[in-house]
Write a protein that binds this ligand. Structure first.
Ligand SMILES: NC(=O)c1ccc[n+]([C@@H]2O[C@H](COP(=O)([O-])OP(=O)(O)OC[C@H]3O[C@@H](n4cnc5c(N)ncnc54)[C@H](O)[C@@H]3O)[C@@H](O)[C@H]2O)c1
Ligand SMILES: [Zn+2]
Ligand SMILES: [Zn+2]
Length: 345
């Protein structure tokens, strides 16, 4: 089968690899229909993710058709159409029983990281019963690919952890697919203001179309003042960090109002200063989270009922044969205006 293989920092290739086989009773082999590329795949290619070894097939998102199942799989049969979660969960360990699927002792974020992933014709999915979701009849499968990772990530790590409430003020720093997913799902709770901050005017225009009440280009280094000016000088109730660099977390520290929450979503590769000399008296909360995908069934319902339209996030389409071009387009988003790219297997 064809597969996109990571060969160490800066190196990847589309190759022919053996079709995966069932290895454990809970496994399923899924034939991919649609997959995509995540910002985290670009982090891997930069060498930021030590757990991902050279030789790994990348990808942790997708929709497909069950090809075969292990003896222990009871929820799915060959031919079933399924959404693949970026997080594999056994459903039984202490973490899974508490809804912390991301910390499953035999799962978590392993696909396209510690085991081969979804940017291929077939993928082996462990714990299939509790890590796959049935595609509802008539669902748009490209829209569902946005449910593998980015929508639950923006919602769980940003909106839920950030305690977005009716009438509250929210700033989202970073208008990439994850920040935009937080913007879309924050609107479930009708906050009064949602301020988007980014360096890319195209992404800020997209954010306006997606419901941001204000946008700020932070290139001039004055984003904190701009947020304060929009919030009567006090800052925001929820500051969502969706970039993953020190500058944007520091901005969140500057703009969170007393009593507010900083909800970190970004993957950080270097240390960040925490200004407790200022913040100790501000009654703030700081949260971190690796997405659990525990809200996927709920989000699936909102997509089916059209409360949420993830198709808005898709800007480009490719075939698996063109996946190197897809990576090029996705990695040059400022030039290509790419958000999410769909790859048809
Ligand atoms: N916590 C989790 O479980 C989880 C899951 C998936 C992704 N992530 C992480 O979330 C982050 C966002 O993901 P994405 O796919 O949207 O990434 P992305 O790279 O597409 O988007 C980041 C955005 O930040 C903007 N940006 C960069 N520097 C900035 C600055 N100084 N000020 C303001 N904006 C700036 C960029 O223009 C871009 O629009 C990444 O770090 C990713 O690895 C976390
Ligand atoms: Zn991802
Ligand atoms: Zn588990």
């Amino acid at each position: 089968m064809k597969a996109l293989v990571y060969h160490g920092p800066g190196q990847k290739a589309l190759e022919t690899r053996p079709k995966p086989q069932i290895e454990a009773p809970g496994d399923a082999i899924v034939k991919l229909v649609k997959t995509t590329i995540c910002g985290t795949d670009l982090h891997i290619l930069k060498g930021d993710v030590a757990t991902c070894a050279p030789g790994r097939i990348l990808g942790h998102e997708g929709v497909g058709i069950i090809d075969s199942v292990g003896a222990g799989v009871t929820a799915f049969r060959p031919g079933d159409r399924v959404l693949i979660s970026c997080i594999s969960s056994c459903g039984k360990c202490d973490y899974c029983r508490r809804g912390l699927y991301s910390h499953c002792t035999t799962g978590g974020w392993i696909l396209g990281n510690e085991i081969d992933g979804t940017q291929a014709e077939y993928v082996r999915t462990p714990h299939a019963d509790t890590s796959l979701y049935r595609v509802p009849a008539g669902a748009d499968e490209e829209a569902l690919v946005m449910l593998s990772d980015i929508l639950p990530t923006g919602f769980e790590c940003g909106v839920l952890n950030g305690k977005v409430e009716p009438g509250s003020t929210v700033a989202i720093v970073g208008a990439g697919p994850i920040g935009l997913a937080a913007l879309l799902t924050a609107q479930f709770y009708a906050p009064a203001e949602i301020i988007m901050v980014d360096l890319d005017d195209n992404r800020l225009d997209v954010a306006r179309r997606f419901g941001a009440t204000h946008t700020i280009n932070s290139a001039d280094g004055k984003a904190a003042e701009a947020v304060k000016a929009l919030t009567g000088g006090i800052g925001v109730d929820t500051a969502i960090e969706a970039v993953g660099i020190p500058a944007t977390f520091l901005l969140c520290e500057d703009i969170v109002a007393p009593g507010g929450v900083i909800a970190n979503v970004g993957v950080h590769g270097v240390k960040v200063d925490l200004h407790l000399e200022r913040l100790w008296a501000h009654n703030i909360t700081i949260t971190t989270r690796l997405v659990d995908t525990v809200t996927t069934p709920m989000l699936l319902k909102t997509v089916q009922s059209k409360k949420l339209d993830p198709l808005q996030l898709i800007t480009h389409r490719f075939t698996l044969d063109q996946i190197i071009d897809a990576y090029d387009t996705f990695s040059r988003a400022a030039d290509t205006k790419a958000l999410k790219v769909i790859i048809s297997a």
